[in-house]
Design a protein around this ligand. Structure first.
Ligand code: NAD
Length: 320
């Protein structure tokens, strides 16, 4: 029997590609959108970045597709309803990247608290010239971190923040976070926004979370508070955020994600003094990216060979 055909729309190391070839024939390898679209009508599977758009009209061009193996834990790139209706399994790489995203979030909290970017710029541009240094930083210990979305990454952030001595509160669809998280206080969204010194977003992007943080929510935050977003850009109303930052409604924002990505060259957030923008590097470590690649390949091969994938967000299609 011939092997299933798959689009491998990310770069894979030679060894992993060899493993994959034992059960699957790659139609193409590498992130070339035009080539991916041209190959979709023949493909039984696609392994792609969790940022590669697969709306209903693109899925309609792929009548043979049985699996989308996302390289990433998000799946807002896929029209899930259309994929499910077509019997396409949507697989992701949860868990293996939680530590890396949580580390980055804590890095941002420390960078904000200790004014690392301001001080690094001062050391380069002002120190030797005897200019006055930036104002003092602040201690995270005793401050309150408000986590919105208390899933895998939110919890990994909570544990690290508690090790720094921060008080942690959270908002999610549940109030009891379970064993190990007894010291994390559940609060309704508005109360969390009013209480937190740092608000950190860790929800997945769907209709319930799109624009979750808008002008009303920003106005509830303390004028000294910072917003951190390492989830998805569209969770924040970016126009409202720009206005809140310009008006001093909140102290600042640290954003690993924007909407759109990459941003327009004249995106005002890129030039604002009280904003740190990073180019979507939440999972960008050698170890984490390797673990994500392996998990995405395993998911792809599992579905195409009739086995259970490790992580599928619409398992009802499996075995159909
Ligand atoms: P998860 O599913 O474990 O956690 C998400 C949590 O958010 C869930 O507990 C869910 O109930 C909650 N939630 C969703 N909508 C909500 C709403 N409207 N109000 C309150 N709570 C809500 O997911 P995870 O593994 O922790 O990943 C979270 C997200 O982080 C991913 O979906 C992805 O978009 C993002 N992410 C970003 C990077 C990066 O590079 N910056 C890397 C990995 C993941």
């Amino acid at each position: 029997m011939s092997k299933p055909l798959a689009i491998i729309a990310i770069d894979l190391p030679a060894g992993l590609l060899e493993d994959l070839r034992r059960s699957v024939t790659p139609l193409l390898t590498g992130p070339d959108p035009a080539a991916v679209h041209a190959a979709l009508p023949r493909a039984h599977g696609i392994l792609c970045s969790a940022l590669f758009p697969l709306p209903a009209e693109v899925l309609a061009q792929a009548p043979n597709l049985r699996v989308i193996a996302n390289f990433g834990v998000g799946y807002n790139n896929v029209d899930l309803e259309a994929a499910t209706a077509r019997g396409i399994a949507v697989c992701t790489t949860p868990g293996v990247l939680s530590g890396a995203v949580a580390d980055l979030t804590i890095g941002l909290i420390l960078a904000i608290a200790r004014r690392l970017f301001d001080n690094a710029r001062y050391a380069r541009e002002g120190w030797a010239r005897g200019l006055p240094p930036p104002p003092l930083g602040w201690d995270p210990a005793g401050k309150t971190l408000g986590i919105i979305g208390f899933g895998r990454i939110g919890r990994a952030v909570a544990l690290r923040a508690q090790a720094l001595g921060m008080e942690v509160c959270f908002t999610d669809r549940f109030e009891d976070a379970g064993e190990g998280f007894e010291r994390c206080r559940s609060l309704p969204l508005d109360a969390l926004l009013e209480t937190a010194d740092v608000v950190s977003l860790h929800v997945n992007l769907d209709d319930s979370s799109r624009g979750l943080i808008g002008a009303r929510e920003l106005a509830l935050m303390k004028p000294t508070a910072w917003l951190i977003n390492t989830s998805r850009g569209a969770v924040v109303d970016q126009a409202a955020l720009r206005e809140a930052l310009a008006a001093g409604t909140i102290a600042g924002a640290a954003l690993d994600v924007l909407d759109p990505e990459p941003p327009a060259p004249d995106e005002p957030l890129l030039a604002m003094e009280n904003v740190i923008v990073l180019p979507h590097i939440g999972s960008a470590t050698v170890e984490t990216r390797a673990a994500m690649r392996e998990m995405a390949v395993r998911n792809l091969v599992a579905v195409l060979t009739g086995r259970q994938p490790a992580a599928c967000v619409n398992p009802e299609v499996l075995g159909r």
